[in-house]
Design a protein around this ligand. Structure first.
Ligand code: 5AD
Ligand code: FES
Length: 355
């Protein structure tokens, strides 16, 4: 009997570029893809869903990425920074709610010098020895990453955004480069961080070939986490007239990622929940196993608007936690509050015949 593309992908954790293209460009395989993705997800993670508490501590950014609502050229945005004490009280609140991973995310804000980040991370580390500390503060020199690691940070999120050189230049101003970003990811791994990367789906000028390159790049990088979400236009950016990324395509890529990277931590992202009220539930069913609710104080939430209509900007952390419990269990999964094992994608389970 012939094996289908999906069966091959399930079996080998890989298929040819031509087959990837087929799979990405039609909805013909979706049913089978999501079935297999859920089998693999259950095999590796059961029905467990990990939660990561996101603290968006600054919306100042020195970068000017064309897609992003907090880019420096957006002058129509009230900027804010959380103090060290405010950040700590987010952690305290989160800890009580069962969070054991804190994700400090912010724009590339020069106010937070290496010394300041070092101090913040050190204090969190000292108070929460049993928690993982994740940083998501962009591109930094090797030495800075190293210092933060010494302070006690153990994970770092830095999406590559697109692995296609030409596409990268269409999304970013000239002073940014894909090469530099990739180098940062390499450095983070070398230092010993558990690294998360990822890309937007349906960003302007993206082609199927770009997406295939994204997948191939991730195969090389072998990150512990892969975050993807649909591009959503922000009214105050140069991309305000572009159409949003497609929900179904995003789900399809989540399914694909689950089969290519069985161990990956794959968040069902806020962007997915913004694209559709049930987006995050659909993401979980397609193979995702992480949710990253917001722990930031409610009064700053709306100001961290990377794209239009971002959800969950009004709920207190506790309400958010209850809401997510319901959402996750509505599709048959269960939030777990342990720290969550992180294995490098293929180190424990190398692909059977990688080409
Ligand atoms: N639509 C969707 N995702 C976006 N991000 C930034 N701007 C947008 C947008 N307009 C994503 C980027 C970034 C992450 C924090 O948010 O991928 O890495
Ligand atoms: Fe934040 Fe529902 S997940 S309010």
């Amino acid at each position: 009997m012939m094996t289908s593309i999906i069966e091959q992908l399930h079996e080998n954790r890989d298929i040819s570029d031509a087959d990837l293209k087929l799979l990405i460009e039609t909805n013909r395989y979706d049913r089978e893809l999501f079935q297999h993705a859920d089998i693999v997800r259950k095999e590796y993670y059961g029905t467990d869903v990990y939660i990561r508490g996101l603290i968006e501590f600054t919306n100042y950014c020195k970068n000017d990425c064309f897609y992003c609502g907090i880019r420096r050229s957006n002058h129509n945005l009230e900027r804010y920074r959380l103090s060290q004490d405010e950040i700590l009280s987010c952690c305290e609140n989160g800890y009580k709610l069962g969070y054991r991973t804190f994700v400090l995310q912010g724009g590339e804000d020069p106010f937070y010098t290496d010394e300041r980040i070092y101090e913040i991370v050190s204090e969190i580390r000292q108070k929460y020895a049993d928690c993982a500390i994740t940083l998501s503060i962009g591109e930094k020199p090797y030495e800075s990453y190293e210092a933060f690691f010494r302070a006690g940070a153990n994970r770092y999120l830095l999406r590559h955004e697109t692995a296609d050189m030409e596409h990268y230049t269409k999304l970013h101003p000239a002073e940014m480069s894909l090469e530099h970003r990739k180098n940062c990811l390499k450095n983070l791994k070398k230092i010993g961080y558990q690294v998360g990367s990822g890309f937007m789906v349906g960003s302007p000028f993206q082609t199927t070939e770009c997406l295939i390159e994204d997948l191939r790049f991730l195969q090389q990088l072998e990150p512990a986490m892969i975050g993807i979400g649909p591009f959503i236009a922000h009214r105050e950016t140069p991309f305000n007239r572009f159409k949003n990324g497609n929900l179904q395509l995003t789900l399809r890529l989540i399914g694909l990622l689950r089969l290519m990277f069985p161990y990956a931590l794959i968040p069902s992202t806020t962007a997915l929940g913004t694209a559709d009220p049930q987006g995050r539930e659909m993401g979980l069913r397609a193979g995702a196993n992480v949710v990253m609710p917001n722990l930031s104080p409610v009064n700053v939430r709306k100001k961290y608007e990377l794209y239009d209509n971002k959800i969950c900007t009004e709920e207190e952390a506790a309400e958010c936690r209850a809401c997510l419990n319901r959402r996750v269990s509505s599709v048959g999964y269960k939030i777990v509050t342990n720290i969550g094992n992180v294995r490098t994608l293929r180190e424990q389970h190398p692909p059977k015949n990688s080409k």
